[in-house]
Design a protein around this ligand. Structure first.
Ligand SMILES: NCc1[nH]cc(CCC(=O)O)c1CC(=O)O
Length: 322
């Protein structure tokens, strides 16, 4: 079948400029090109607000869409047709006119411990008291404080390469980073320990890519849908519905774990207080086709178990520090 000239314009993929973003976007570009050989796909890079703010703890900024807004505006202005995001950086509420078009197959969503040279062979369990672990995520901080009160935690910012350089320069003894980002950038061999769910529930969407597009562009939507992984999509839709029900406007220590086993989706969710003293955690199981109902329902269960109180405290603290 011959395509009409009007469908032959290049399809423009928006991406952040970080090395991780480019690796992910180029993967999407290659996959799309392989499936739709009659079209051409080009990458348009841009800097987002989040890339410019390197000195302030992200948790304190709290604004959503820090890494996505510029990419979204460009789609709404018809300058790009789709955008590739680390799904965990994509807010649960999208701007009018845009939608989450596809969710790709997930890398290992777990968190990892990366140690400085002098600590190789140690684990979180065996590291001596006072060892300095870098993390900028309230979710990781709260859970690690809970399980390893003997360790010290220090904020770390910057992209993955910057963080590893700071570790190697001795500013930290260890870092907690996502397995997915490390592997995608070829740093998988630096992982000392993959953190089990009993220690750290991961971030909503961690390890998956989210491809965003215009809601009124069925042509682009059908192209990107071919990259969707149904199991990852069901898991991540449950996770995102869980987060959406709990959020109130800033980053909060919320973690999840999902599996699909024997056709059933099992979602575990957690809300933690900042000091790691209180963890509210529960699990729900159901049909993957009801993913979003399961997520929202688990969130309401956790609210009844004390999550609302924890979240209210966090919002009050963050607001007073801004
Ligand atoms: N917070 C930033 C961020 N956004 C996406 C990833 C990579 C992991 C992923 O794709 O979920 C990372 C780095 C990290 O958390 O260590």
């Amino acid at each position: 079948m011959t395509a009409t000239p009007s469908t032959q314009r290049p399809i423009r993929i928006g991406s952040r400029k970080s090395q991780l973003a480019l690796v992910q976007t180029e993967w999407v570009q290659t996959q799309l090109q392989a499936r739709h050989g009659d079209r051409s796909f080009e990458v348009v890079t841009m800097t987002t607000q989040g890339d410019n703010i390197l000195d302030v703890a992200l948790a304190k900024i709290g604004d959503k869409g820090l890494f996505t807004k510029e990419l979204e505006l460009s789609m709404l202005r018809q300058e790009t047709d789709l955008a590739v995001h680390s799904l965990k950086d994509l807010p649960t509420h999208l701007p009018d006119g845009l939608m989450l078009g596809a969710i790709t197959r997930r890398e290992d969503p777990a968190d990892a411990l990366v140690l400085g040279a002098k600590w190789l062979g140690y684990t979180l369990e065996t590291l001596p008291a006072g060892t300095i672990i870098g993390t900028s995520s309230l979710r990781r901080l709260a859970q690690l404080r809970h399980h390893y009160p003997h360790l010290s935690f220090k904020d770390v910012r910057g992209n993955l390469n910057t963080r590893l350089a700071k570790l190697d320069a001795g500013e930290y003894d260890g870092l907690i980073l996502a397995v997915a980002g490390l592997r995608r950038l070829g740093f998988g061999d630096r992982i000392s320990q993959v953190l089990p769910a009993s220690v750290s529930l991961y971030a909503v969407g961690q390890g998956a890519l989210g491809i965003e597009c215009r809601s009124n562009d069925p042509e682009i939507l059908s192209l990107i849908k071919t990259l969707e992984d149904p199991e990852t999509a069901a898991r991540c839709l449950a996770e995102r519905a869980f987060l959406r029900q709990l959020e109130g406007g800033c980053q909060v220590p919320i973690g999840v774990h999902t599996v699909i086993e024997q056709g059933q989706l099992r979602l575990t969710g957690l809300v933690a207080s900042l000091d790691g003293q209180r963890l509210v955690k529960d699990t729900i199981t159901g049909d993957p086709s009801t993913a979003e109902v399961l997520g929202a329902s688990l969130a309401l269960t956790l609210r009844e178990q004390g999550a609302s109180e924890i979240l209210a405290e966090i919002f009050a603290t963050v607001r007073s520090e801004r």
